[in-house]
Design a protein around this ligand. Structure first.
Ligand SMILES: *[C@@H]1O[C@H](CO)[C@@H](O)[C@H](O)[C@H]1NC(C)=O
Ligand SMILES: *[C@@H]1O[C@H](CO)[C@@H](O)[C@H](O)[C@H]1NC(C)=O
Ligand SMILES: *[C@@H]1O[C@H](CO)[C@@H](O)[C@H](O)[C@H]1NC(C)=O
Ligand SMILES: *[C@@H]1O[C@H](CO)[C@@H](O)[C@H](O)[C@H]1NC(C)=O
Ligand SMILES: *[C@@H]1O[C@H](CO)[C@@H](O)[C@H](O)[C@H]1NC(C)=O
Length: 468
């Protein structure tokens, strides 16, 4: 066996290398201090600029001085810690110096010391320093400093790479006639810095963590849109080809086509309403197709349940495309598909694989939250159907923005089908006012009691032509 001991290292050698490192640290430290002074405005001799800097708030527009100063402080404290450690180490060496001019230190110990106490902190400080993006100098010519939005706020390099606007190559205008593309993220991402950083912390090109639920949580809480990622999404190991569309609409999908690892259930059977531990609470029973199959086609006990045939009869042949805004497994879209109507169904995976279920049925799930403007253009949809999502809890103003957005995408002559909306009796007038504010034509309008305090409202409304 080889001797693992370093045959006594010369003291002067150690001192020498430590001093070189220390020197490097001091230089870095000085550079960061310089940056600091620079940002504090010490080098801005131009009077105009100074005035702006000290007295006019506008100078900070597009310049997140606070974020940069936080980053610089971080580097400074890392460097200060490193310096202190090195100094202590040197002092220890000096104390040993008196006893002998050679001293014993194993190679492994020396290496460990350098790696853990010197190289690691140094590189971490180095990275932090590099992460600071300095606003373009061109700003000085007209006294505004512009940096890319949020660029100094996030620490994970991948987030920063994502949000940096991407300029077109060789200065051309792109297909949109702009000179750069912004990859956007939801502004509430700044409130969930740690979660977002965890989400975006991966090695490019490797498998992503199985963290769609973290992603969904970020979205629901307002970090929406999320940044794209450059890692490979995991899939169920045993993915089978889906059923043909003449079968898939009304058949529970193959359990193997869903990655169940983040759900309470492990198969579709478990999602049955009979199971109290099924893991979701909205649209109870909507994974039981024998219950779903009667919806919108057979007369229910409640007047608030309209039939698809009656609704389509209002505009024969005119309803071709639409949106189902709610929580469900796509049954509405499946029924409409049988009528040759294409419906896009909104879905979030709230405790159960709603998106996968809809897609495996051969329908289009649209993975959106209530946070965002709908990704459809004005006056394009023939139909919007809504059920089960906005009931009762929704803030009146949010409801108003949502309704205006629906109004925007509905075409003139398009139908808004409010299906079993429910709220407490005392709020009903407010909601009725909101539904009627657009002056739509009332084709159907039914209010019926749900419980002592609550009522159902179903309505079929037509957007009128709207002259310019
Ligand atoms: C260095 O190691 C030698 C033998 O390995 C030992 O005799 C000596 O006392 C050690 N010196 C110190 C300063 O530890
Ligand atoms: C300031 O700079 C921006 C971008 O370079 C330019 O678009 C703008 O016209 C300039 N404003 C003035 C007052 O020079
Ligand atoms: C579905 O269509 C395929 C061919 O398109 C056919 O072989 C199959 O029998 C059909 N299934 C049903 C249930 O009709
Ligand atoms: C539903 O009820 C209406 C009137 O009550 C009747 O005209 C219609 O035929 C029924 N439809 C179905 C599918 O049972
Ligand atoms: C849907 O389209 C198919 C093919 O064009 C046609 O055979 C069928 O009758 C249509 N169904 C309805 C309900 O209009």
């Amino acid at each position: 066996m080889r001797k693992s001991f370093f045959p006594t290292c010369r003291f002067s050698r150690i001192m020498g290398s430590l001093q070189v490192l220390l020197g490097g640290a001091v230089i870095l430290l000085s550079i960061t201090s310089l940056f600091r002074l620079y940002f504090a405005g010490f080098f801005l001799r131009d009077e105009n600029v100074c005035r702006h800097f000290y007295h006019v708030k506008d100078a900070y527009v597009g310049f997140d001085a606070k974020a940069i100063s936080v980053r610089v402080d971080e580097v400074l404290s890392k460097m200060a810690n490193l310096q202190e450690k090195l100094e202590i180490a040197v002092r220890k060496l000096e104390m040993n110096y008196g006893t002998s001019d050679k001293m014993n230190i194993t190679k492994a110990e020396y290496r460990k010391f350098l790696e853990e106490e010197v190289i690691h902190p140094l590189s971490s400080a180095h990275i932090s320093l590099r992460q600071i993006r300095i606003p373009g100098v061109n700003g000085f010519s007209n006294s505004t400093m512009k940096e890319d939005p949020l660029i100094n706020y996030f620490m994970i390099e991948e987030i920063r790479k994502y949000i940096i606007p991407k300029s077109n190559r060789i200065g051309k205008l792109n297909i949109y006639d702009t000179d750069r593309i912004y990859n956007t993220i939801g502004h509430a991402c700044v409130l969930m810095k740690n979660e977002l950083e965890e989400y975006m912390n991966y090695d490019i090109g490797t498998f992503c963590k199985n963290d769609w639920n973290l992603a969904q949580n970020l979205m629901i809480k307002g970090c929406d849109p999320l940044p794209r990622r450059r890692c490979l999404t995991r899939a169920s190991k045993l993915y089978q080809k889906p059923f043909p569309v003449n079968e898939s609409l009304w058949k529970l999908p193959d359990n193997r086509n869903v990655d169940w690892s983040n759900y309470r259930c492990r198969n579709f059977g478990c999602l049955s309403s009979k199971n109290p531990r099924r893991g979701y609470s909205k649209c109870t029973g909507c994974f039981e197709l024998e219950k779903e199959i009667v919806k919108w086609v057979s007369n229910g006990s409640l007047l608030v349940d309209f039939l698809i045939s009656d609704v389509l009869a209002v505009k024969p042949g005119e309803i071709r495309i639409g949106l189902d805004f709610g929580i469900g497994t796509g049954t509405f879209a499946a029924r409409m598909r049988e009528q040759n109507v294409t419906i896009v169904t909104t879905a979030l995976n709230l405790g159960a694989p709603f998106s996968e279920m809809i897609a495996l049925r051969g329908l289009v799930p649209l993975y959106v939250t209530l946070n965002q403007r709908l990704p459809f253009f004005d006056n394009t949809m023939d139909l919007i159907h809504t059920i089960g999502l906005l009931d009762g809890w929704i803030d009146i103003q949010l409801m108003d923005f949502t309704l205006f957005d629906w109004d925007r995408i509905l075409r003139p002559g398009g139908l808004l089908w409010i299906d079993r909306f429910f709220c407490s009796r005392k709020d009903l007038d407010d909601y009725i006012y909101m539904f009627l504010q657009f002056g739509y034509k009332k084709h159907k309008w039914v209010i019926s009691p749900k419980s002592k305090e609550e009522v159902y409202l179903s309505a079929l409304l037509e957007k009128p032509p709207r002259a310019l």
